[in-house]
Ligand binder design. Structure first.
Ligand SMILES: [Zn+2]
Length: 150
């Protein structure tokens, strides 16, 4: 359960694709940001706005931001995933594949895949953190509602 945080409060923490990407990056690499596998540098990174890959400014090597996570190779927006994660975390039993497909505006196959992958993610603290669903994060935000955090 995501504390007492409602859907609107959750979505206001992740209002756009960029904040979702930032959350995934923060979860995977803490404050360091992505580390290039080829040269070990930590940026600067070039980024295609529409893709979840960044390119190392030092050696040109690519890093897939979602590699090794349940989001790997997804064609859906991260906001779609975050919304699904919230719904499944809040009320898994009544969130059916058909219902999820309607809410997300995707086909049943995609909805089933999203549901199965999110179930995996929600089973681990790292996965829950990646979708911003850890209790301490929610409480932290409630204590400091006006502070911008990075
Ligand atoms: Zn590099």
């Amino acid at each position: 359960m995501p504390g007492n945080e409602g859907l609107l409060a959750y979505l206001s923490r992740f209002p756009d694709e960029a904040t979702c990407v930032e959350q995934v990056v923060k979860t995977r690499w803490a404050d360091l940001g992505p580390i290039c596998r080829s040269c070990g540098d930590a940026g600067p990174w070039g980024r295609d706005e529409r893709s979840l890959r960044v390119r190392c400014g030092s050696c040109g090597g690519g890093v897939d931001l979602t590699e090794g996570t349940v989001l790997q190779d997804t064609k859906l927006s991260l906001r779609t995933w975050f919304l699904a994660a919230y719904l499944l975390d809040t009320d898994r039993r009544s969130t059916t594949v058909a219902g999820l497909a309607r809410i997300l505006g995707v086909g049943p196959e995609a909805a089933r895949s999203v549901r199965d992958r999110i179930a995996l993610a929600l089973a681990s603290p790292g996965g829950r953190r990646m979708f911003g669903l850890m209790r301490e994060e929610v409480r932290e935000r409630e204590r400091e509602p006006h502070v911008m955090r990075h």
